[in-house]
Design a binder for this molecule. Structure first.
Ligand code: SF4
Length: 379
């Protein structure tokens, strides 16, 4: 299994918590699309052929691109790469930038899954974090997407927002679930250095819920989602039965993926397991692709020990855990043999379950994931 990630680095406005590579200045949008089309050609020539089972167009705000640009990009991907029949093709949408015409064009372009960045159903909270939309716009966009024929829709929500209460977060969970999306991603707000939110928190101008309150929101949200039929299959991801995001599962299985666009990351077997990332400098990206060069900033060979640890780190994010068979097929060694001490110590703490098929963190282990991983790092 392999996936393609494609990055669109433009947003109508920067949200105050965002450290993704994206720009509110859209003056280079057309030049960027031309550069991306060049990179698609270059990457198809340079990297070994794969059958891609998923495509994920993320950002930034991909739904800001004119529909015809998205159609050209999807056409180029299909012309230059082998995209599997029935591939999952996701596009991230901001509720403030969709309309019926665009949604119909996305369907024509072969996009079959949408991911709406809602974050909260509380309009005051949305304003306070700089979102460009309100809840009513989201609901309208969601219904338009259904009418356009999208049956597979994710909604992103956040907890731990400034001034957010548990009741408020649960209200968001309930209102979103009532729309019956196939998938809900619930992330804890991370205050990233260098963002306006970071500055406001440091200056004491913005107060965040404390760690206990955030933990309680997460636990209450998880229980509410389970009661509504959304099973947790990864630390932050919930889905109706059979609707898990295949693109993200490929990341957590440490599978191959090609990243295209500004600052995109990739991982692939190229004479050994390699990871690389494109430049995050927009002008350098445009200039390099125009010269016929791939815009790679750094490529590194991942040694076997590191690759093994990556498999554990990513696999244990999923509630089904790390597949022992897949690990053994990749490394010629059972995961229990590779990490005997870590597995034993975590089992004794009640953080790890070992079955014939998998190594799996318990609910307590998932909550302590970073500490649990330290055992594997040291084993
Ligand atoms: S819409 Fe998303 S990518 Fe754009 S600024 Fe907000 S959080 Fe960042």
């Amino acid at each position: 299994m392999a996936g393609i990630y494609l990055h669109i680095p433009f947003c109508a406005r920067k949200c105050c918590y965002c450290d993704f590579v994206s720009f509110a200045d859209q003056s280079r949008r057309a030049a960027y699309v031309r550069a991306l089309l060049c990179e698609i050609d270059l990457a198809a020539e340079r990297f070994p052929a794969r059958r891609y089972d998923t495509v994920f167009v993320g950002g930034g705000t991909p739904s800001l691109l004119p529909a015809e640009d998205m159609e050209r990009i999807c056409e180029a991907l299909r012309a230059r790469f082998t995209i599997a029949q029935g591939a999952e093709v996701t596009l991230e949408c901001n509720p403030g930038s969709v309309d019926a015409g665009r949604l119909a064009a996305y369907r024509r372009a072969g996009i079959n899954r949408l991911s709406f960045g809602l974050q909260s159903a509380n309009d005051a909270l949305l304003r306070s974090i700089g979102r460009i939309h309100d809840y009513a716009q989201f609901e309208h966009g969601f219904h338009m997407a259904k009418q356009a024929g999208f049956s597979n829709i994710n909604v992103d929500i956040l907890y731990g927002l400034p001034g957010q209460s548990e009741a408020d977060y649960l209200d968001t969970v309930a209102r979103v679930a009532a729309l019956l999306p196939t998938h809900i991603s619930a992330y804890s707000l991370i205050v990233e250095e260098g963002t306006p939110l970071y500055g406001a928190v440091r200056a004491g101008e913005t107060l965040l819920p404390d760690d206990d309150a955030v933990y309680d929101m997460q636990a209450a949200g998880r229980a509410a989602l389970a009661a509504l039929g959304y099973a947790q299959y990864e630390i932050s991801n919930y889905a109706l039965a059979g609707q898990e995001c295949r693109h993200n599962i490929n990341y957590w299985e440490n599978g191959e993926y090609l990243g295209l666009g500004l600052a995109a990351h990739a991982a692939m077997v190229l004479a050994g397991w390699r990871r690389w990332n494109n430049t995050a400098d927009l002008e350098a990206y445009i200039a390099k692709t125009a010269r016929g060069e791939l815009p790679i900033e750094r490529m590194q060979r991942i040694e076997r020990k590191e690759e093994m640890f990556e498999c554990v780190m990513l696999g244990l994010r999923m509630t089904r855990g790390l597949s022992r068979a897949a690990f053994a097929a990749r490394f010629g060694q059972d995961a229990l043999e590779a990490y005997p001490e870590a597995a034993e110590a975590l089992r004794a703490l009640g953080y790890l379950e070992v079955t014939q098929d998998a190594l799996r963190l318990t609910e307590a282990g998932l909550d302590m994931q970073n500490s649990a991983l330290l055992y594997f790092m040291e084993d």
